[in-house]
Design a protein around this ligand. Structure first.
Ligand SMILES: *[C@@H]1O[C@H](CO)[C@@H](O)[C@H](O)[C@H]1NC(C)=O
Ligand SMILES: *[C@@H]1O[C@H](CO)[C@@H](O)[C@H](O)[C@H]1NC(C)=O
Ligand SMILES: *[C@@H]1O[C@H](CO)[C@@H](O)[C@H](O)[C@H]1NC(C)=O
Length: 168
């Protein structure tokens, strides 16, 4: 085996081993806020969440943990915003991100952090809910809250947006 391939194989094996445990050390709290203009807004920056209160947002607390910087097996979690409908939308799918920018009036707001796309290392689903009448994406890792939003608030459960580290 050529030396480079050997190094590559070792690196891959090491990556697979280390991925078994979530990188808790580098995780950052993932905060949420909501506004009566029917927008849900998320950030790892508590000051940003706290400042949103000046714009009528209410701090909703911590959903779990994500990463500010890439870690093994993580994926960028894009952040998009529709200023006409006041909707923050988060996705790991870059094609989908491009699509809503081109066709649905969303603006590229960079990324909110890094997440997983599978339930590796003890990560949990971050559910994505959507209310078309309010153009509102709502995210929660709490299944009871997701079910309540569907039963009582007219949201549709669209699936799992990402996998995040659970609230401890
Ligand atoms: C949140 O913002 C308020 C002002 O609106 C400030 O008094 C308070 O100290 C802030 N809290 C934190 C934890 O930053
Ligand atoms: C990503 O988004 C595109 C465009 O909406 C869609 O066709 C594709 O199925 C999505 N990929 C995944 C993995 O969901
Ligand atoms: C999930 O949401 C329900 C309803 O709001 C709440 O009673 C419960 O404490 C939450 N569970 C966790 C683990 O936060």
């Amino acid at each position: 085996m050529p030396f480079k391939s050997l190094i590559c194989a070792i690196t891959l094996a090491f990556t697979a081993m280390t991925a078994a445990v979530c990188d808790i050390e580098h995780a950052a709290p993932f905060w949420g806020a909501s506004s009566s203009r029917t927008d849900h807004f998320y950030s790892t920056n508590y000051a940003q969440i706290n400042n949103s209160r000046a714009d009528g947002y209410e701090v909703q607390g911590r959903l779990g943990f994500i990463y500010r910087d890439p870690v093994v097996d993580s994926t960028i979690f894009f952040r998009l915003y529709n200023p006409t409908n006041y909707d923050h939308f988060y996705t790991v799918n870059s094609t989908r991100a491009d699509e809503v920018i081109e066709n649905q009036g969303y603006i590229d707001r960079g990324y909110v952090g890094y997440v997983y796309t599978t339930d590796i290392c003890g990560s949990v689903p971050l559910y994505q809910l959507y209310k078309a009448s309010a153009t509102d994406h709502y995210y929660t890792a709490n299944k009871t809250e997701a079910d309540n939003a569907v039963s009582n608030d007219g949201y549709v459960l669209q699936g799992t947006a990402a996998y995040i580290l659970p609230n401890l």
